[in-house]
Design a protein around this ligand. Structure first.
Ligand code: CAA
Length: 289
């Protein structure tokens, strides 16, 4: 056992360069090193992922991302899960990309390794994802929150893209998603100065949908996720796809896609059930078909 620990001490720091094998069992999240996963909600319909790298304020090292992506895949493929909540600690959602891991990178290594390419798994999840942000959401941490569909913030949360202070720029969608969320002037100010904004300012700017006391934000995010999970999962995925198209398409193209997806809901049993339940004055019983 002692020799295994010694071996891990040598191998762990090398993982960003030699590739990383994900832990074998994820059922209870017990084998993760950088995250904790749980099922939440009355019927276990919400997948909770908590970033947990307290010694580094949840800085987003390669190993953390491999685990996060694995957990996302697991919840995405679990038919019982209707929505996912992503959170961190009270002090930090995530303080950004791991600067110590990045420090000695070169252009060649970034380009050859497609550095950060695996960061956008979160943005491709079809199930709704809610970020519950307390404390720092800086750089890659802010970008991670913005890849989620809804952001709830604790009242002491702080958002920033401080990469300019490190001599670089946001590398995982910060310049694009922040600008779409808060508009050009505030996005430029944040990206060019590195200044942080408060939860309240983020709410006012449209980055965050609701602000809660620190101790209730995760609970509220789970409550919202539970509400979403009660709806038809297949129709929720279509709704998410339609809203996300607004960021990619012209109004005409987006409206066209919306119409196609709207018509597509009529191919589902859940659409018939939803409308029939309304007419029969009872609660709909969606079966994700
Ligand atoms: N990477 C690696 N380690 C980090 C880190 C990061 N992004 N942020 C914090 N840490 C580590 C610190 O090095 C420190 O570790 P040690 O105790 O081993 O020295 C530990 O976390 C605690 O941090 P501090 O002592 O600095 O805590 P603080 O309360 O004094 O300050 C802070 C908190 C203001 C968040 C400060 O840590 C900080 O400024 N962090 C960096 C924030 C940042 O610049 N983020 C952007 C990264 S670049 C990026 O994300 C690129 C991209 O777009 C993908």
């Amino acid at each position: 056992m002692a020799s295994l620990r010694a071996l891990l001490r040598v191998v762990r720091p090398l993982r960003p360069w030699v590739g990383y094998s994900a832990p074998r069992s994820f059922a209870a999240g017990a084998n993760f090193e950088y995250i904790v996963t749980e099922r939440k909600g009355k019927d276990g319909t919400v997948g909770l992922i908590r970033l947990s790298r307290p010694g580094a304020l949840n800085a987003l090292c390669n190993g953390l991302f491999m685990e996060l992506n694995h957990a996302l895949d697991t919840f995405e493929n679990d038919p019982a899960i209707g929505a996912i909540v992503l959170t961190g600690s009270d002090k930090a959602f995530a303080a950004g990309a791991d600067i110590k891991e990045m420090q000695n990178r070169t252009f060649q290594s970034c380009y050859s390794d497609k550095f950060l390419a695996h960061w956008d798994r979160l943005a491709r999840v079809r199930k709704p994802v809610i970020a519950a942000v307390n404390g720092y959401a800086l750089g890659g941490g802010c970008e991670l929150a913005m890849m989620c569909d809804i952001i709830y913030a604790g009242e002491k949360a702080q958002f920033a893209q401080p990469e300019i202070l490190l001599g670089t720029i946001p590398g995982s969608g910060g310049t694009q998603r922040l600008t779409r969320a808060v508009g050009k002037s505030l996005a430029m100010e944040m990206v060019l100065t590195g200044d942080r904004i408060s939860a309240q300012d983020a709410r006012q700017a449209g980055l965050v949908s609701k602000v809660f006391p620190v101790e209730t934000v995760v609970e509220e995010a789970i409550r919202c996720a539970e509400k979403i999970a009660k709806n038809s999962k297949i129709v929720a995925a279509m709704a998410k796809e339609a809203v996300n198209a607004a960021f990619e398409m012209t109004l005409t193209e987006g409206n066209k896609l919306e119409k196609v997806l709207f018509y597509s809901t009529f191919a589902t049993e859940d659409r018939r059930e939803g409308m029939t339940a309304f007419v029969e004055k009872r609660k709909a019983n969606f079966r994700d078909k």
